[in-house]
Design a protein around this ligand. Structure first.
Ligand code: BGC
Length: 765
């Protein structure tokens, strides 16, 4: 596989920012022609079936949410869904995660059943939430979640982990991935922020494209690649209340500036399918929004494939959003808004309503034909008609040590060192460690949700041979040097102070692994952002020992830790780093590896003060009218290293540019410490005066650079004319005459800056 050649040079010099369209197939029209020919042969009922997506356990024996440890297909249910209702798509699983051989047996049985019994041999397109590896196949490689990839600031890791995920999905006979999540999230309360690339649009653009290039490759018909499904169009990631699936209020010019762009880049990179936002934006449910789906997504962004609903969200137009009086009207609203396929996922009612609505003249056949044509197009393009499933024996790298090594590299680069008082880290071999906390001795604490099960919190599906943080520390520091006690659970009682202090007496340092019980979607909703009180109490009790305290957070969100931050000598944010996260943390703690991650979001200091790095000038105004109001715990882009970097010699190609011109700049970077390390060079611009309040700063480029101690490198960047644009109140991207600042550096509180002038008026300034 391609990544194996690239792996040794990861991090040596990574250039980012490219968005080249990937799809180089001869002509996509061939697939539309094949879709058109087939479409002509289909009855209305067959078309409605193609538009319907059910859950796998709708066709297996037992109840939908069965807890069997094997999945057996039910012949009567197969007949009902696949023959009588012509269902065209199936997704995911129940609770138990089958190994790849069982996935092959299940999907082969389904596809062969269609080939043998259906009027037309149209394979189902099988959808999967493989969001950090092929996570629903037992034994697959589990990577850091998307937020960790963003924290690496290394798009090559998104590409390579995407490539392996696609390979392991195809090894499981799956060809369609419900990933990446391209919801820019400016809401740290939201329980799914860990599934995103964070709060910055440029980061989402770059990481999204890299992930898609890895997953889709040159052609999605390649049997080591899959088709992506972008989620969740649009505005899902910034709910006003912070609760999952709850309303967002985002003016259209902001939607265009911050939230739609990652989808545009992804579609330009070849993405063919998109899942909708379960919530609502400005009062309009995502599944009812003709303007967003048909005008913007299919029209302006030019989506060639199809639009999928989220889980049961057509029904929810009636039951939750109250914009439809019954299920039939909900189907009409969604399909007329531009929905092509409904994830029902428990029944075939959607298909029945579609037939009824077309027969009643309430949905024109042209809309149905458009939807089915898009679906068939993707099925042809994926090669499903030729290869509806794959022999898992042909995928000998599945779950291999090589893939685990990539996961380890990704985890290493994703873990952010937030604090390192008096260079307490790294720790020497032989240091006596007391490791404790709810996340210290659990694989579920490393992998988080979407790991073997949806919640990811059931240790009965733990993979043998993988190491928890405690086990990894024992391995790295010597078994005899590492003690463990749980301390407390995610919530609940704390071990007695006496017991804890007794243990601490025999240790040189205390490593506290704190965080959140794995959860996603509605179960991840919280009412306050503060870390749970019992975990805070554990830190306080252990601090009394006088021994240095190192906090490690394994969690989906940046929880408020203001009260315990001063009690800690070092702090690491590990997000949910995946199966090799324990090993990676141990290597960082002992210093055989050097941290190189930076925060992909702003970490709040107070639950009631939620800002993002883009914030406006008025958010900087403090209580005493000084400009000290923006005061997060740690800023977007913050992250420490065991070495030091110095920036100097910032040079701009001009102090004035004209319309359409780019500005070139160079800066000199030196590793001034005594460790090799990777630095994330961040380039921002600040528009000094604009007709609508400009952002405090805007990320326009970044580059991760490896330097040996003493090594010096001059880096070149381009500020494109496009980078100076923003969306005005008429929803147009515009540029305005005037001054801009350049900010460049590795940490937000220490940036080199220069000013330049954009002259749109001709003549002199
Ligand atoms: C989630 C989606 C996911 C789908 C299928 C929904 O509840 O919001 O992100 O792809 O379920 O599992």
């Amino acid at each position: 596989m391609k990544y194996l050649h690239i792996l040794p040079v990861i991090g040596v010099f990574i250039l980012v920012g490219s968005c080249r369209p990937l799809d180089k197939e001869v002509s996509s029209d061939i697939y539309f022609q094949r879709a058109d020919s087939l479409l002509q042969l289909l009855t209305l009922e067959e078309k409605a079936g193609q538009m319907t997506n059910i859950g796998l356990t709708a066709i297996t024996q037992g109840p939908f949410w069965n807890d069997f440890d094997t999945l057996e297909l039910d012949t009567a249910k197969l007949r009902y869904y696949l023959l009588e209702n012509h269902i065209g798509s199936i997704q995911n699983k129940g609770i138990y995660p089958p190994p790849k051989e069982e996935w092959h047996r299940i999907i082969k049985t389904i596809q062969d059943y269609i080939a043998r019994h259906a009027r037309h041999n149209i394979p189902v397109i099988y959808g999967m939430d493989a969001v950090h590896g092929a996570n629903y196949t037992a034994g697959s490689t589990l990577f850091p979640h998307q937020i960790g990839l963003a924290a690496s600031w290394n798009p090559e890791l998104a590409r390579l982990t995407g490539e392996v995920t696609a390979y392991e999905m195809r090894a499981s006979s799956q060809a369609w991935n419900y990933a990446p999540v391209l919801d820019v999230s400016m809401q740290p309360l939201w329980g799914r922020i860990f599934e995103t690339f964070g709060e910055d649009t440029h980061m989402n653009n770059v990481m999204g494209v890299a992930f898609i290039e890895g997953q889709q490759g040159e052609s999605i018909s390649d049997t080591t690649r899959v088709a992506v499904c972008l989620k969740h169009f649009v505005g899902y990631g910034t709910p006003f209340s912070g609760k999952d699936r709850s309303p967002a209020y985002i003016p259209e010019h902001y939607l265009r500036q911050y939230y739609i762009e990652p989808f545009r880049h992804a579609i330009n990179a070849g993405a063919l399918t998109v899942m909708l936002n379960s919530g609502s934006v400005n009062g309009v449910p995502g599944h009812a929004d003709h303007y967003f789906i048909t005008d913007i997504l299919k029209g302006e962004l030019g989506l060639k494939g199809f639009v999928l609903s989220d889980w049961q969200d057509v029904d929810r137009l009636e039951t939750m959003h109250h914009v439809a009086k019954d299920g039939r009207e909900a189907v009409k609203i969604a399909v007329m808004a531009g929905l092509d396929m409904s994830m029902t996922p428990y029944d075939a009612d959607f298909a029945k309503h579609v037939v009824d609505l077309v027969n009643a003249g309430e949905i024109p056949m042209s809309r149905i034909d458009d939807a089915v044509r898009r679906i068939l197009y993707v099925k042809f393009k994926l090669g499903l008609f030729e290869t509806p499933y794959h022999d898992p024996a042909g995928y000998d790298k599945f779950g291999s040590a090589e893939f685990a090594e990539l996961s380890y590299q990704a985890a290493l680069e994703s873990i952010t060192l937030l604090k390192n008082q008096d260079q307490i880290l790294p720790l020497a071999y032989g240091t006596k460690i007391l490791v404790t906390g709810p996340a210290a001795n659990a694989l579920t604490a490393l992998n988080g949700p979407w790991s073997r099960t949806w919640a990811g919190d059931d240790p009965s599906y733990d993979d043998p041979g993988k190491k928890t943080l405690f086990e990894a520390l024992q391995h790295t520091f010597g078994e005899q040097h590492v003690m463990y006690t749980p301390g407390t659970d995610y919530e609940g009682d704390v071990e007695s102070e006496r017991h804890l202090l007794n243990l601490a007496r025999n240790a040189d340092v205390i490593v506290l692994a704190l965080g959140e019980r794995p959860a996603t979607e509605k179960p991840s909703d919280i009412n306050e952002l503060d870390l749970q009180p019992n975990q805070i109490e554990l830190v306080k009790r252990l601090h009394k020992s006088g021994k240095p305290v190192i906090l490690v957070f394994l969690q989906g969100r940046p929880r408020v830790v203001r009260k315990i931050e001063p009690l800690a000598d070092a702090i690491l944010m590990a997000y949910w780093p995946g199966h090799e996260g324990g090993r990676a943390l141990a290597s960082l703690l002992i210093g055989s590896e050097n941290p190189s991650s930076k925060l992909p979001y702003t970490w709040p200091r107070y639950s009631g003060s939620l800002y993002t790095y883009q914030h406006k000038g008025s958010e900087r105004l403090g209580q005493t009218f000084d400009m000290d109001g923006f005061n997060p715990q740690w800023e977007f882009g913050h992250g420490l290293s065991y070495t030091t970097f110095q920036y100097d010699a910032l040079k701009l190609s001009a102090d004035t540019i004209q319309a359409g011109e780019a500005l070139h700049l160079s800066v000199r970077l030196t590793n001034t410490g005594n460790q090799p390390g990777k630095e994330v060079v961040q380039l921002y611009i600040r528009d000094l005066v604009a007709s609508i309040t400009p952002d405090h700063r805007k990320l326009i480029a970044f580059e991760k650079v490896y330097l040996a101690p003493g090594q010096v490198k001059t880096l070149d960047f381009i500020v494109a004319y496009e980078d100076l644009k923003f969306v005005n109140l008429d929803n147009e991207w515009i540029v305005e005459h005037g001054d801009f600042n350049i900010l460049i550096g590795g940490n937000p509180d220490d940036m080199l800056t220069e000013r330049f002038f954009l002259n749109l008026k001709g003549g002199l300034k």
